[in-house]
Design a protein around this ligand. Sequence first.
Ligand SMILES: Nc1ncnc2c1ncn2[C@@H]1O[C@H](COP(=O)(O)OP(=O)(O)O)[C@@H](O)[C@H]1O
Ligand SMILES: [Mg+2]
Length: 366
Amino acid sequence: MSVLHEVTDTTGLRLDLSSRPPAGYLTAQTSIRAPIPHMAEQPIVSISNLTKTYASGHQALKNINLAIRKGEIFALLGPNGAGKTTLINIVCGIVTATSGTILADGHDISRQYRDARMKIGLVPQELHTDMFETVGATTNLSRGLFGRPPNAAYVEKILRDLSLWDKRKDKINTLSGGMKRRVMIAKALSHEPRILFLDEPTAGVDVELRRDMWNLVRSLRASGVTIILTTHYIDEAEEMADRIGVINHGELILVEEKAALMKKLGQKRMTLQLQQPLQAVPAGLVEWNLALKADGCELEYTFDANAEHGAIAALLRRLDETGVGYKDLNTSQSSLEDIFVGLVSERSIDKQIGGRQAGNKQEAKA
Ligand SMILES: Nc1ncnc2c1ncn2[C@@H]1O[C@H](COP(=O)(O)OP(=O)(O)O)[C@@H](O)[C@H]1O
Ligand SMILES: [Mg+2]
């Protein structure tokens, strides 16, 4: 599992890249999903010029503009402290915005709060619920709080979907952490929301629950629910999302279709296992983007995944001509993690040299 937090790198961004996925991870495990057919024109959530400055003076969100499409799974990705929870809590009415406008299914979240909130389910990052209540009662109560009439069949369905039905008479404080998290989801779904926010749904959960959660999210999406999830697990965004937004230091630095993002920014790597180690990249090979790895035993060629069809053949020919022998080669494609790290560090370099305008991939497009 790769995680984006906890270690401060030289750019000041807190990153932990200690558990990178293996090379070839993306190609091996990710399927690029086709666009969702039932996407509507009108965004289901629209966020305009949103800013948030906490009483402490900390500016947690800086002029966020974002339109969430009906029926999509949108992953908001960013390191700890980026502003993900603040953004979600504002849309859900838990935190007050400093400025900006938010519409949820056409309802202004401040002027038409009840109508807006009715459409929204929230699974918060922190577990908080009445621990002495039973699973069934708390789910029914949540539904009632939204003014929905009781619906035993619906509540039974969500409890069954979440594998909570057998536990419905158990008090929440007797459940495991994973089960408690499922209860939070049952509560969030109790009033049949059309928009579901999941704030770090799989942080610290076991593999089984993570898989169940992903399946649940997919089936909810299939039933027409729009899903916005935050995560600092890059592979979660890679696996789940139709679109990805990257937030860093309160700024939305990118919004992009996942498939397009991978395609546009994806790099491929070819690694050659050399017969004899080299001290340096031979002068005759300077026109390729090559690096020596593994104490000179490997030659690594990095190239744009969408271009340079003839370049590999030309490079291999040149290696022959130069007398550089190799015994094996393999190629791999960069993961979203590589893309993210490249993006954020590129940006911080830009800032250091005075905000030079860089490529449009850094502009938030929504
Ligand atoms: N109630 C608060 N008062 C002051 N600062 C806060 C408060 N809540 C969050 N922050 C700060 O705002 C920033 C964004 O926090 P948060 O939205 O929780 O980030 P994320 O969910 O991306 O980790 C952090 O620097 C955090 O310390
Ligand atoms: Mg958070």
